[in-house]
Design a protein around this ligand. Sequence first.
Ligand SMILES: *[C@@H]1O[C@H](CO)[C@@H](O)[C@H](O)[C@H]1NC(C)=O
Ligand SMILES: *[C@@H]1O[C@H](CO)[C@@H](O)[C@H](O)[C@H]1NC(C)=O
Ligand SMILES: *[C@@H]1O[C@H](CO)[C@@H](O)[C@H](O)[C@H]1NC(C)=O
Ligand SMILES: *[C@@H]1O[C@H](CO)[C@@H](O)[C@H](O)[C@H]1NC(C)=O
Length: 439
Amino acid sequence: MLALLTSAALAENNGLAKTPPLGWRSWNLYGANVNQNLIETIMEAMVKRDPRYTVDGVPTSLCDLGYCDVGLDDNWQKCGHYGKEGYTYHDEDGNPIVNTDRFPSLKAMTSKAHALGLKAGFYGNNCICSDSKTGADKFYQGDVNALREFGFDSWKLDGCGAQTDMQKWSDLIKASAPTTGRKEIMVENCHWGSKEPFKPNRTWCPWNFYRTSGDVRANYGSVVGNLQTTIQYSTQNLSYPGCWAYPDMLEVGVLASPFKEDSGLTIAETRAHFGAWAIVSSPLTLSHDPNNQTIMDAIWPIISNKEVLAVNQAYAGESGTPFKQAAERVELAPLNTALVHPSMTVEEMRSVGPLAASAWQYFYKPMAWDGTKTAVLLMNHINATVDLSLSFSDVPGLACTKCHVRDIWHHADLGAFEGTFKATAVGAHDCVFLILTPA
Ligand SMILES: *[C@@H]1O[C@H](CO)[C@@H](O)[C@H](O)[C@H]1NC(C)=O
Ligand SMILES: *[C@@H]1O[C@H](CO)[C@@H](O)[C@H](O)[C@H]1NC(C)=O
Ligand SMILES: *[C@@H]1O[C@H](CO)[C@@H](O)[C@H](O)[C@H]1NC(C)=O
Ligand SMILES: *[C@@H]1O[C@H](CO)[C@@H](O)[C@H](O)[C@H]1NC(C)=O
C-alpha cells in the first residue's frame, strides 16, 4: 500500500522546476499596461549580450544567467459580456477570447520566444475581468486547448475567477500533452497561500511553485512580510525540488510601479530582497524593464551575482529558513499586505493588522548534505546602521566551529574565524550574505 502511494505521488511529478525557476513576468512593473510588442521587446532584451553588462568580463544576457522563462500576466483577454450567461472572457463553448488589438497573435509571440531560446509563460483564471461563472469543465478545457494551441510552456494560474481547482488543471494539462514530442507545462499556483498544498501533512505537490502570500509591493515592509510567509512551508518541508514555496515576483528595479503609492526599494533593500528570495529557494521572477539602462546599471551587480544565484539553485534537504532572530520587534508597515488577498472580505482585511518583524533575522540554507558548505544571510530590518554578530554554533548542521567566511555580495574571502563572526556597520535594511566552510 505504501509503495503504491509512493508511486502515485511520483506519477504526479512533471519533472520540471528541479531547481527554482528563473524568469521575467509583466505584472509588478506594467500591471494591465501590456501588449504583444512590449512583451516581444522584453524577450529580445532577455537574450541580448550587451557589452555594458558582463560577468567575469564576458558580456552576459539575462537568459545566460538562467532567466529564460518570459511570462505574460493579466490583461491579454478581451473583457466583455459573452454568451447567454454573460461570461466575461469566454465564449459559449468555453474558449477564451484574446484582445487581438493588443495581442494580434499569441502564437507568433510564443514562436518568437522559442526562436530566441526562451520559454513563454501564459496566465489564467484572471483578476481584471474575473469570471465567477466559469467553473464548468468546458472552460477549463477551453483554456487548456488555448494553452496548447498558442504554444506556451508554463502557466501562472491565478485565484480570482471560478477556475480554482488545481487538481483539475493538472489532470487536463497532462491529458492534453501530445503523445509524440510530449511537452510538460510548468505550473504556478497563485492562490496567495489559501489553497493546496496548504493542508496539514501534505506529502505531494503537482504544481511546480505555489504562492505563499498576497501580492508583494515595492516597499521594504511588503518584502519582509511576504518573506515571513515562506517559513511555515520550509518548516514542514513543503518546499523542495519540483514544488517550491514562492513569496511572489521580484520588485528588483521596479521603481515606477503602477501602484503609485509605493516608494520603491533602495539599493540596500533591493539587495536584501534578492538575497532573501535566493536563500529561501524562491523562484526568481524579474519584473523590471530590461531595456532601461538606468535601471539595469543599478541592479545588474545584484541580479547577475552568480554566487548568490548558486545559493538559490543549491539543494541539500532544506529550502532555507531563519534560525535566529532578535526579540526586539520593529513595525515596518501599517498593514501586513502579505496576509491580504482578493478572496477576503473587507472585515477580514481590516483585521489583519500592522506588519512587525524582528529587528534582525538570520537565515541559513545548506549547500552540502554533510554541513561543509552553508549559506547564511544576516538581515537588518531596522532603519539604521547596526553591527550583527553570528555564532557558528547557532547555524543548524554546520560542520565547523572554526569556519572560513566568504562574503558573496563582494566576492571576498574574509578569512578564518573561531566561534563567532561579527559584521560591522550593516546599513539600514541591508544584509550580509556569507558562505561558511570548515577552515
Ligand atoms: C500530521 O502529522 C502529525 C505528526 O505526525 C500528527 O500529529 C497530526 O495528527 C497529523 N495531522 C493530520 C491532520 O493528519
Ligand atoms: C528608466 O527608469 C527610470 C527610473 O524609473 C525612469 O526615470 C526613466 O524614465 C526610465 N527610462 C526609460 C527610457 O523608460
Ligand atoms: C524534504 O523533502 C525532500 C523531497 O521529498 C527530501 O529530498 C528531503 O530529504 C527532505 N528533507 C528533510 C530534512 O527531511
Ligand atoms: C529611514 O530613515 C531615513 C533617514 O533616517 C528616513 O528618511 C526614512 O523615511 C526612513 N524610512 C522609513 C521606512 O522609516
